[in-house]
Unconditional design. Structure first.
Length: 238
């Protein structure tokens, strides 16, 4: 049986991804998470710009017209679109200490969470081949009449992410259908995050639809409410 990590990398277009250093994407992000944190529909229509090797990302507009966010694992900021820095926070993950799902966010909390999460999503699964990542195939999972192979991925400390260990569910064609994690910065919420509607952008397979739900103890999703809904309209790699 083919190595699962390599199958996933090939299916998503890893050979093409190696050519690029940046990503631009137009998308809409909504869901109960943002409303619960005090920012309903703040990311409804945004453009995301990513520096792949620099682990940097920005949203525009961000909280208001004329503003954009800046994310890097060690720094978040709010800038004007002309480049004037309005405020910033170093060591941003520390600012989430003792947060629960009900803790409200300021704009820099929002910039950090939405920044690292989207950097991860747009660079999955290609980041699995970067230094410091380790992968292991674990027992398969049956859902909706399908059997999905599962890849447990351990992240290095250098990559900000939801939780150090995550599990990715893989279809027979090698494309990811779901990922499980604990959202540490919002109190360790167990999450089942589904991806679908794959499209080809510059030879790379990208899921245009993402839906994240709280996860039950038995691994099933709580489908009575969507925590995060992401719809991607376009992606450009450069």
């Amino acid at each position: 049986m083919a190595d699962l990590r390599d199958l996933v990398l090939d299916a998503h277009g890893a050979a093409q991804w190696k050519r690029f250093r940046g990503i631009e994407s137009d998308m809409s992000i909504v869901g109960s998470l943002w409303a619960g944190k005090g920012w309903p529909e703040v990311l409804k229509d945004v453009r995301v710009t990513v520096d792949i090797p620099g682990q940097q990302l920005s949203y525009e507009p961000f909280t208001a017209d004329g503003l954009r966010s800046f994310y890097r694992p060690d720094l978040v900021a709010i800038d004007t679109v002309e480049g004037k820095r309005l405020r910033e926070r170093s060591s941003p993950r520390a600012s989430f200490a003792d947060h629960t799902p009900a803790t409200p966010w300021d704009d820099l909390h929002l910039a950090y969470f939405s920044g690292y999460a989207m950097w991860n999503y747009l660079n999955t699964p290609f980041m699995f081949a970067l230094p410091g990542f380790s992968t292991e195939e674990i027992e398969p999972w049956n859902e909706s009449g399908e059997t999905w192979r599962r890849l447990k991925v351990t992240f290095p400390n250098s990559v900000a992410t939801h939780s150090p260990e995550q599990v990715f569910y893989v279809r027979a064609d090698g494309l990811i259908s779901r990922l499980d994690y604990f959202a540490d910065v919002i109190g360790g919420v167990p999450t089942a995050h589904y991806v679908s509607d794959y499209r080809d952008f510059d030879g790379i397979k990208v899921p245009a639809k993402r839906r994240a739900y709280r996860r039950n103890a038995d691994g099933t999703p709580m489908t009575n409410g969507i925590g995060v809904a992401i719809d991607i309209a376009a992606v450009r790699f450069f």
